[in-house]
Design a protein. Structure first.
Length: 202
């Protein structure tokens, strides 16, 4: 009997942690349909009317950023600790975060530059500036009560030179609830997109 007690205590601790998360009403692991769908809305957009012209060879071409499995889902990830991820209840993305960020960055670039901006899938083209990257974080960090957006961006210019840089935005003091997290995700994503756009148009 005594040989099973450590294992029982471990199970009890795990269940207690799971129960505390579920009782909070904010986090979950289930497949219940979300009450809200969220998307990233650009803080700046290209003007209506003026046309942007250019050749494919002179364009900025944006590819979909890569991401790990936690960001391939439509649920909003919550970092509980270094080894545990849950998902925010009652809210989900309308589209994968990596693709939404690419579209947000494209619109931000169109507002900041006169160059043609092409998104992956629009054309089979190699531009003057090819942009790839990896979305590292776009969700809620429970220990710091912050929303975090972090991305590695690589640019390859026409001469072949490749440059990589990491960008991040953190919005602190956010409750683990759908509405404040969604608003902070929009704020942080626009901040990062602005940083990336400024770097790409230098």
């Amino acid at each position: 009997m005594s040989a099973h007690r450590p294992h029982s205590r471990l199970i009890g601790s795990t269940l207690a942690l799971a129960s505390s998360l579920m009782l909070s009403g904010c986090l979950g692991l289930g497949g219940k349909a979300p009450k809200q769908l969220i998307s990233l809305v650009p803080a700046t957009s290209a003007q209506v009317g003026p046309a942007t012209t250019g050749t494919g060879a002179d364009a900025i071409v944006l590819m979909d950023p890569e991401s790990d499995r936690s960001l391939e889902m439509l649920r909003v990830p919550v970092r509980v600790n270094a080894a545990t991820i849950a998902y925010l209840q009652d809210v989900a993305w309308v589209e994968k975060p990596s693709r939404q960020f690419r579209s947000l960055l494209a619109e931000t670039l169109r507002a900041k530059t006169s160059r043609l901006v092409v998104e992956d899938g629009d054309f089979d083209v190699v531009g003057r500036t090819m942009v790839t990257g990896r979305l590292l974080a776009m969700g809620y960090d429970a220990p710091t009560q912050s929303v975090v957006v972090r991305v590695d961006i690589q640019r390859q210019d026409k001469g072949g030179a490749i440059t990589s840089r990491r960008f991040e935005s953190v919005v602190p003091g956010i409750q683990a609830k759908a509405e404040p997290v969604a608003a902070a995700l929009g704020q942080a994503s626009n901040d990062v997109a602005g940083q990336v756009a400024s770097w790409l148009t230098q």
